[in-house]
Design a protein around this ligand. Structure first.
Ligand SMILES: Cc1cc2nc3c(=O)[nH]c(=O)nc-3n(C[C@H](O)[C@H](O)[C@H](O)COP(=O)(O)OP(=O)(O)OC[C@H]3O[C@@H](n4cnc5c(N)ncnc54)[C@H](O)[C@@H]3O)c2cc1C
Length: 318
């Protein structure tokens, strides 16, 4: 008889193991991932686990590996399009509970689940500048390291000193940022699917009022340009070399293009928004149409920035 990953047997073993790692209330069953992604799209995860500490996260991953149980580490879900059927396995979500941070002289040390916004607020309060660019990026530190998130001429690699990661062999290692092959929305963490546990940022002493005023200005610029009133995952596509994704989409006459409840934003063509109970299939149809049109009209390849989590795991490209 074959054993499927959702067999009662395997589920019982996982739950048995989890009992020794986390409290009952840190585990949710059949949890809709639409509740945990900024797109507000995604079917249920068999298990949705919220570790509170680095050790809990590491132990859960070790347990899943030992039992060959599929798992996926997510943060704020602000760069994820999750399949309508959800995910068969355990989602390990760092956002909210794994969110301790402190400053030490000009350094800010934070756990993977800290929101960039909270980190920016702490840095501002402590008079530490350099992270202002990130104040409107709605994700966690872990996701931001993975994506080398950036905005307004700043990116995570500018401020990261080192990142504590979990290796595939189960070791916890602190890797200097210069060894993490950071590039545009690129990192060794992403290439090798490493797990970020925490990171140290090296910031510069700066007047808190100046930091706040820069953050306010960047927030106003975002509010003016981006469709922040509708669910999305931010910029849908990476910037194609020599072009701007939004401008190409606009020039192709695709602004407002709609499939089901998904639409190319009428405010910013670079965003696909969920304007009316969109499914992942609707968003994918919009993405595919854009890719085809831009290729036909301008001979440019468009690659999604947003990550796609399928029922059986993450896929690099849509
Ligand atoms: C309105 C809006 C505006 C945005 N603006 C910007 C912007 O200006 N610049 C920008 O770069 N992005 C932007 N984004 C996209 C997104 O916020 C960033 O990519 C962010 O860094 C994703 O972090 P997250 O915690 O939400 O990651 P998630 O969406 O949860 O996950 C994204 C990827 O990171 C991985 N990941 C998450 N946590 C970890 C971890 N601890 N260890 C290893 N891998 C991990 C996941 O496995 C997944 O592959 C925007 C999104 C929205 C909705």
């Amino acid at each position: 008889m074959t054993t499927s990953i959702s067999s009662n047997d395997l589920m019982n073993k996982i739950l048995d193991g989890l009992k020794n790692i986390v409290d009952k209330d840190q585990i949710l069953f059949d949890e809709p991932l639409s509740k945990h992604t900024t797109f507000e799209i995604g079917g249920p995860a068999d298990l949705f686990i919220m570790p509170k500490t680095t050790i809990e996260l590491v132990d859960i991953i070790k347990l899943c590996k030992k039992l060959d149980y599929p798992y996926f580490v997510m943060g704020g879900g602000s760069d994820l399009l999750v399949d309508d059927r959800g995910f068969r396995g355990a989602i390990l979500c760092t956002a909210d509970l794994m969110a301790g941070m402190y400053t030490q002289e000009n350094e800010l040390v934070a756990q993977a689940g800290c929101s960039l916004k909270d980190m920016c607020d702490l840095a501002c309060y402590m008079g530490l500048g350099g992270l202002e660019f990130a104040c409107g990026i709605p994700g966690t530190l872990g996701g931001a390291c993975f994506m080398n998130a950036g905005a307004y001429d700043g990116q995570m690699s500018d401020v990261l000193k080192d990142v504590q990661i979990l290796t595939h062999d189960g070791y916890i290692e602190s890797i200097p940022a210069k060894d993490l092959n950071f590039g545009y929305r690129q990192s060794l963490i992403k290439d090798e699917q490493l797990v970020v546990l925490e990171a140290t940022l090296s910031l510069k002493y700066k007047d808190s009022a100046e930091i706040q005023s820069l953050m306010d200005e960047l927030t106003s610029r975002r509010e003016a340009k981006q469709p922040l009133d509708l669910p999305s995952a931010g910029s849908t596509f990476k910037r194609p070399e020599g072009h701007f994704a939004g401008k190409l989409i606009q020039d192709a006459g695709l602004q407002g293009y709609t499939v089901g409840g998904a639409q190319v934003s009428t405010k910013h063509a670079g965003f696909v928004v969920n304007f009316d109970h969109a499914s992942a299939a609707d968003v994918i149809a919009v993405i595919r149409h854009i890719q085809g049109e831009i290729k036909n009209q301008f001979d440019v390849d468009m690659f999604p920035e947003v990550r796609y989590l399928g029922e059986y795991g993450e896929q690099e490209s849509l």
